[in-house]
Design a protein around this ligand. Structure first.
Ligand code: ZN
Length: 361
């Protein structure tokens, strides 16, 4: 199996769909991608597990990473794919083999891009984060991720979605004193003790924060509550899990300080707060010159203005390295993982055009 990277991009995308690559089973597609990129001649190609990195080394003043994952969620009768009436159908049409086709096509064609490019194709995006191929690359070869700006080809309906909000999860522990509920006055009810804390959360007005020209809408919510061990006991402990989705103007510690301030304002005696999970935020970096030229090139394709990304994505792996990053790819994200995944060929060519104009200019 080899890919013809000079083929029309939608035909290349169909070939990619037809080579099944459900997470954990990316060996064949990674092999084919590696062979195709090696034959391009102008690229240094590096293989790490089932990730393939190809880069130019022209001594340009700037280096960008353009990134896509090779894996898909499981097949559901949607492989082989098909091209029909200007629409590409099949598993991965949206997430994200059309995007990968754009990247491969440009990697082969652009022998002398205006900025050095590190093309990254990786495995295990659709499964547990501990397996993620981009995370593994960051550990094995951090030098490969040292770039000035990164673009992930995830589906965004061919518009730019910049950066991503961070996500912080904390557990708030409200102590009480256990007692038989028949003699409740001997105890202190931890569930009741949570009431002021919940009131403080309910009253909190989340902010919308402008970062590098995009508006990030935040949220702070109790997402889980637990307390009580029997129907005739005054609970000695109540646990409230709080999730704070915070804008990329903040570090983890700054985000934690915001959560602490809100929870501690409730004045709950003996309150303990512990961080249980964290995913880094990522700045969009759209105010930097390198990104401005990208925004202009994409705007020229007729795409809508850049938007903030609210959900957490792999751009955060660049964010944690201090590298601004955006999502930009063909396909409606609402159709990702759907059995009837499909994308208009027009969107695939639009994204190819946007990236090509940026890398030429
Ligand atoms: Zn994806």
């Amino acid at each position: 199996m080899t890919f013809d990277l000079a083929a029309p991009v939608e035909e290349l995308a169909l070939e990619l769909i037809n080579l099944e690559s459900v997470s954990g089973d990316e060996r064949a597609i990674a092999d084919a991608v590696e062979v195709a990129l090696r034959s391009a001649g102008h690229l240094e190609v590096i293989r790490d597990g089932d990730a393939v990195v190809a880069r130019t080394d022209l001594g340009r003043g700037e280096r960008v990473a353009i990134v896509g994952h090779l894996d898909t969620v499981p097949i559901r009768g949607n492989v082989p794919g098909r091209l029909e009436g200007g629409v590409l159908w099949g598993r991965g049409a949206v997430d994200m083999k059309a995007g990968v086709a754009v990247l491969l096509s440009l990697a082969a064609q652009l022998a002398e891009p205006s900025r050095d490019v590190t093309w990254i194709f990786y495995d295990h995006e659709e499964v547990d984060a501990s397996l993620n191929g981009l995370g593994r690359l960051a550990l094995h070869r951090p030098d490969l991720l040292a770039v000035d700006f990164a673009v992930l080809g995830e589906p965004t309906s061919a518009g730019i979605e910049g950066g991503c909000n961070g996500t912080l999860r904390v557990e708030a522990r409200i102590p009480g004193v256990a007692a038989h509920s028949a003699r409740a006055w001997k105890g202190t009810n931890a569930i009741h003790g949570a009431a002021p804390l919940l009131a403080a959360l309910a009253a909190y007005r989340p902010k919308t924060v402008a970062v590098d020209g995009l508006a990030y809408r935040e949220g702070m919510n109790a997402v889980r509550i637990a307390g009580g061990i029997a129907n005739n006991m005054i609970p000695a402990e109540c646990l409230v899990t709080v999730n704070y989705r915070y804008a990329p103007d903040k570090t983890r510690d700054a985000a934690l300080a915001v959560v602490r301030k809100v929870l501690e304002s409730a004045g709950v005696p003996g309150l303990e707060i512990a961080v249980t999970d964290h995913g880094e935020a990522c700045r969009p970096g759209l105010d930097a010159p390198i990104a401005r030229s990208f925004v202009e090139a994409v705007a020229a394709t007729g795409a809508p203005a850049p938007k903030a990304k609210f959900g957490w994505t792999d751009v955060a792996r660049f964010g944690s390295l201090g590298i601004p990053a955006v999502n930009y790819g063909p396909g409606d994200p609402e159709l990702a993982h759907a059995d009837d995944e499909r994308v208009a060929v027009e969107q695939i060519t639009m994204v190819r055009e946007g990236l090509a104009a940026w890398l030429h200019g």
